[in-house]
Write a protein that binds this ligand. Structure first.
Ligand code: G6P
Length: 367
């Protein structure tokens, strides 16, 4: 069947709006309705016995994996390394054969990620894939597969597949935390509840994008845009910058907030929007002080935060996009949507080809 845009102008917009349904479906497959605890399909691997995880992926899928690294290390207490597949495949990292290889891919066909998967297998590891196409080469060649149920993604820039990858990896983290006795069921329960609230919060966010459109007007003529985040929000800063540069051709860089003073601070002046993805949480004050420093150098501070965060930084933020409160665990999944929407609206204003940005391909099947 051919896929249409429905009432939307672009596939990207349509696919962003599919988020609540997709995340709901993806989570419903992973959470047992009776116990409200995470369940995984019968995996041919003893999760409790894995000593470490090695992740490899490309593009946004890699950022989903980087986010998961924070979750898997902190919540499931499992060491994890992560590298883009084009580096991983030639780095010849020695892998513990008892360890789990992890590849993440919307298409399941990206050449470098495929090569990483095969390298992991040659090193004797079992490989788990998180893919959106269950018939794909990666799905077939991996030992276990967790499917994102995002449906076909037409927009070259990944949106719903990215959030679905995050949802699957969040569920996997909680299942692993239980299997390894890293967290008690009482500790897991509120994290499950936070995940299950996501579809409703996403729908709320998508229902009114007036503020994000206004922000898009503000930054459409910028030459450079900086995105900062810390902890599990750091990869969302990377994703925001990636999407903005891909869709609007504005130079954008995502950075760990703490690295600001090691480079990007040199770029800051009143013409440079400084965007922070900064929900309330344990690391809030650290990034808040980075932003104060950026503001003191004339940076135009743009904040994505909740009401409490917005109030705390009202004195320095030039514009704030208020996001519904959520548990810090799920914040990367929720905040992915407004940063992707921002890139979308800037591209629409600039009149670029939103669904088919120049020079980019949906699936990179050659090296
Ligand atoms: C291309 C796409 C991106 C995607 C990346 C990885 O660059 O434009 O949206 O994140 O490939 O693709 P995969 O299919 O492996 O997720």
């Amino acid at each position: 069947a051919s896929i249409g845009k429905g009432n939307f102008r672009h596939f990207m917009e349509k696919e962003l709006h599919e988020n609540p349904a997709i995340i709901g479906d993806t989570l419903n497959r992973m959470i047992d309705p009776a116990t409200r605890l995470p369940v995984l399909p019968d995996l041919a691997v003893d999760l409790a016995a894995i000593p470490r995880i090695s992740l490899s992926a490309c593009g946004s899928a890699y950022y989903a994996g980087l986010t998961a690294r924070y979750w898997l290390e902190e919540i499931a207490r499992i060491p994890m390394d992560a590298d883009v597949a084009s580096e991983f495949r030639y780095r010849e990292p020695p892998l513990d054969p008892a360890g789990l290889g992890l590849v993440i891919s919307q298409s399941g066909e990206t050449a470098d990620t495929m090569a990483a998967l095969r390298y992991m297998k040659r090193q004797g590891c079992k490989v788990m894939s998180v893919v959106n196409v269950p018939e794909s080469t990666m799905a077939r060649e991996s030992d276990l597969m967790l499917e994102t149920i995002a449906g076909p993604e037409i927009s070259v820039a990944s949106t719903k597949a990215f959030t679905a990858q995050l949802a699957v990896l969040a569920g996997f983290t909680l299942a692993l935390a239980r299997a390894r006795d890293a967290r008690s069921d009482a500790e897991i329960a509120p994290l499950v509840a936070a995940l299950m609230e996501l579809p409703g919060k996403m729908a709320q966010l998508l229902a009114d994008d007036t503020e994000i459109r206004a922000l898009a007007e503000d930054i459409r003529d910028a030459r450079d845009v900086l995105f900062f985040g810390r902890g599990s929000m750091m990869p969302i800063a990377l994703e925001g910058a990636l999407k903005l540069k891909e869709l609007s051709y504005i130079h954008a860089e995502g950075y760990p907030a703490g690295e600001m003073k090691h480079g990007p601070i040199a770029l800051i002046d009143p013409s440079v929007p400084v965007i922070a993805v900064l929900p309330s949480g344990p690391l809030f004050e650290k990034t808040a002080s980075n932003l104060q420093e950026a503001a003191a150098r004339g940076g135009r501070i743009i904040l994505f935060s909740d009401k409490a965060g917005a109030a705390r930084l009202a004195g320095i933020a030039n514009r704030t996009i208020i996001i519904t409160e959520c548990d810090p665990f799920v914040a990367p999944i929720l905040y992915a949507i407004p940063v992707q929407l921002l890139a979308y609206h800037v591209a629409v204003l600039k009149g670029t080809d939103v669904d088919q940005p120049r020079n980019l391909a949906k699936s990179v099947t050659v090296e």
